[in-house]
Design a protein around this ligand. Structure first.
Ligand code: 5GP
Length: 165
């Protein structure tokens, strides 16, 4: 921030730039840089909060309607609005984790619960005997559309080859 350095010097037009003055300017400059970094971090936190507001957060909080099948302290499951197979359920963490890239050790109980709930719902849907597919799309190459981690439970018909080559 060179303009800041200039501003500090302009604030002291009468003073002669002796060594001690230069030192205090440098100290002041470093202090203001630290404040700048702190302000930047604060605004990034605010942006992150805005990112939390996906449609899935609103479904979890029951602010918008969904065909919800299950909810506990860690996860929520509801039918996909645009089903790709007779059974198409989304299982999502209640806390906002944007993508699988942000998974950390502390999320392990949530991830275990997502898998367990998927297998329970598959039983409930009567699709376990024939099998099903669980998918988590991640980021741009994974073609993830909603930036709130979700596991697709797809079944009730053959889901086709794993990937188009
Ligand atoms: P992705 O491509 O991100 O892995 O999948 C997002 C999924 O969310 C899609 O299958 C899409 O149909 C589903 N979806 C998007 N918006 C809504 C919604 O408002 N309600 C429900 N139930 N599903 C949604």
């Amino acid at each position: 921030m060179p303009w800041l350095k200039t501003a500090i010097i302009v604030q002291q037009p009468q003073s002669r730039l002796r060594a001690s003055n230069v030192y205090s300017i440098q100290t002041e400059y470093a202090r203001l840089q630290l404040i700048g970094v702190a302000l930047l971090q604060l605004s990034e936190k605010k942006d992150k909060h805005v990112l939390e507001e996906t449609v899935f957060s609103k479904i979890i909080r029951k602010e918008i309607p969904s065909d919800m099948l299950y909810q506990d302290d860690l996860v929520t499951a509801f039918r996909d609005i645009n089903p790709a197979r007779p059974t198409h359920i989304l299982i999502v963490p209640n806390v906002h984790i944007p993508t699988a890239c942000e998974f950390s050790d502390e999320h392990e109980p949530i991830l275990g619960r997502m898998l367990r709930v998927a297998s329970k719902l598959a039983d409930q849907e009567g699709i376990s005997a024939d099998g099903y597919r669980l998918i988590i799309n991640c980021g741009e190459h994974g073609r993830q559309e909603v930036m709130h981690v979700h596991m697709h439970l797809l079944g009730g018909a053959d889901v086709g080859p794993m990937l188009v080559r």
